[in-house]
Design a protein around this ligand. Structure first.
Ligand code: AQP
Length: 344
C-alpha cells in the first residue's frame, strides 16, 4: 500500500443517481430526487438508474419487481427526465455494477460499514436476520456511482453518509493501487428544498416507502381526494403558524408542512410564513393540499399513461442500458488492469 497521493480528477463532470423499485414513489422521492434529476439534465450528462439490485436487499415479490421497475422509469419520465438526453436503465442490466461492487467489497473496511446508520435503522434489533446484501448496500452504491466515474450525485439528506463512504472507497482505491485521481471524489448534491421530507404522521421520521402506514406519505399516484384527505389528517399541533421561521424550531410537524409548501411553491419557509403566519392549520392545510394536487396531478397522469405501455418503457430501458454499458466498459477494463487481473 502506498502513501496518500494527490486526488486531482480530470475527467468529465457526470451525474449519477438512482431510486429503488421497492414500492410506490412518494413526495419525498419526488422533491428530494426527481425534481433535481430534471434540473440537472439541462447542464450535465446524467445517468439515472432504477436500482433493482438494491431493492432485493429486502424481500421483493418477484411477480411485482419488474412492474415496480417500469413504474420508477415511468416516474422519472413523467417528472420531466428526457430519456433521449439522460440515460435511464435498470441496474441489473449492466453487470459491471456487481463486478465493481466485489472489488470495492475488498477495499471497504468492516468498521466503515458498521457505522452506517441506515443499516441500523432498517434492521433494528434483527441484525442477525438481515441479508448480507443489506449490510454491503453502500458498497454497491459506491460501485453504481464510480462505474461511471460520476462526479455529482443528487440525493436526499438520508443518503449523505453513504456518499461519504463512496468518497472513502474512491480515495482508498486510488491510494492502495497507486492510481491517483482514477476515481473521482464524488460530490453529493443534497442542499435545496425538499432534501428531507418527513412523515405526515411523525415529524421526526422521514417519509418512506417502507413505512407501514400509507397515511404517512403522499404517493405520486395518489388521486386528488386521497391527497386532500391525507393532508387534512396530517399530524399537527394546535397552535397557529408562527410569523417567523424561528417559531418552527420545536414544532417538527408544522415545520415539515411549511417546508413541503415552500419546496413545491419555489418559496422560502419565511415567504410561506409571510403568507400564513398567524393562521391556523384549518386554513393552511387546504391551501397546501390544493398546491400539491396542482403540482402532482399532471405527473401522475403522465405516469399512468406511460405505465399503460410497458413495451415502450422496456424499449427506453434497453436503449439506456446499452448507453450505460458503453460508458462503463472502458472504466471497468481499466479497473481490472489496475487491480491486476489477467487480461485474456
Ligand atoms: N423523505 C425523503 N425526503 C427527501 N428525499 C428522500 N429520498 C427518499 N426519501 C426521502 C430520496 O429519494 C431517492 C430514492 O430513494 P430510494 O428509493 O433509493 O431509497 P430510500 O432513500 O431508502 O427511500 P425510501 O422511500 O425511504 O425507501 P425505503 O423505505 O424502501 O427505504 C434518494 O435520493 C433519497 O435520498
Amino acid at each position: 500500500m502506498s502513501e496518500t497521493l494527490p486526488e486531482a480528477y480530470l475527467g468529465p463532470q457526470r451525474v449519477f443517481s438512482g431510486v429503488q423499485p421497492s414500492g410506490a414513489l412518494h413526495l419525498g422521492n419526488y422533491l428530494g430526487a426527481l425534481v433535481k434529476f430534471v434540473a440537472l439534465q439541462e447542464r450535465m450528462e446524467c445517468i439515472y438508474c432504477v436500482v433493482d439490485m438494491h431493492a432485493i436487499t429486502l424481500w421483493q415479490d418477484p411477480a411485482a419487481l419488474a412492474s415496480q421497475t417500469r413504474e420508477i422509469a415511468a416516474a422519472y419520465i413523467a417528472a420531466g427526465v428526457d430519456p433521449t438526453r439522460a440515460i435511464i436503465f435498470p441496474q441489473s442490466a449492466v453487470s459491471g455494477h456487481a463486478e465493481l461492487a466485489w472489488i470495492f467489497n475488498c477495499v471497504a473496511r468492516i468498521g466503515w460499514l458498521d457505522r452506517m446508520t441506515q443499516f441500523k435503522e432498517k434492521t433494528g434489533k434483527n441484525k442477525q436476520g438481515a441479508s448480507v446484501g443489506l449490510y454491503t448496500y453502500p458498497v454497491l452504491q459506491a460501485a453504481d456511482i464510480l462505474l461511471y466515474k460520476a462526479t455529482h450525485v443528487p440525493v436526499g439528506e438520508d443518503q449523505k453518509q453513504h456518499l461519504e463512504l463512496t468518497r472513502d472507497i474512491a480515495g482508498k482505491f486510488n491510494n492502495d493501487f497507486n492510481a491517483p485521481g482514477f476515481f473521482p471524489l464524488t460530490e453529493p448534491m443534497i442542499e435545496g428544498p425538499g432534501a428531507r421530507v418527513m412523515s405526515l404522521r411523525d415529524g421526526q421520521a422521514k417519509m418512506s416507502k417502507s413505512d407501514p402506514s400509507d397515511q404517512s406519505r403522499i404517493n405520486l399516484l395518489d388521486d386528488a381526494d386521497t391527497i386532500s384527505q391525507k393532508i387534512r389528517r396530517a399530524r399537527t399541533d394546535p397552535a397557529p403558524l408562527p410569523e417567523a421561521v424561528a417559531g418552527l424550531s420545536n414544532r417538527p410537524e408544522a415545520a415539515n408542512l411549511v417546508g413541503i409548501y415552500a419546496a413545491i411553491a419555489g418559496m422560502t419557509d419565511q415567504q410561506v410564513l409571510d403568507r400564513f403566519g398567524g393562521k391556523g392549520f384549518g386554513e393552511f392545510k387546504p391551501a397546501l393540499a390544493d398546491l400539491m394536487v396542482d403540482r402532482l396531478a399532471p405527473v401522475s397522469d403522465r405516469m399512468r399513461r406511460l405505465i399503460a405501455d410497458p413495451a415502450e418503457i422496456d424499449r427506453i430501458l434497453a436503449d439506456g442500458a446499452a448507453r450505460a454499458r458503453a460508458i462503463a466498459e472502458p472504466i471497468l477494463e481499466e479497473t481490472r488492469r489496475i487491480v491486476g487481473y489477467v487480461k485474456l
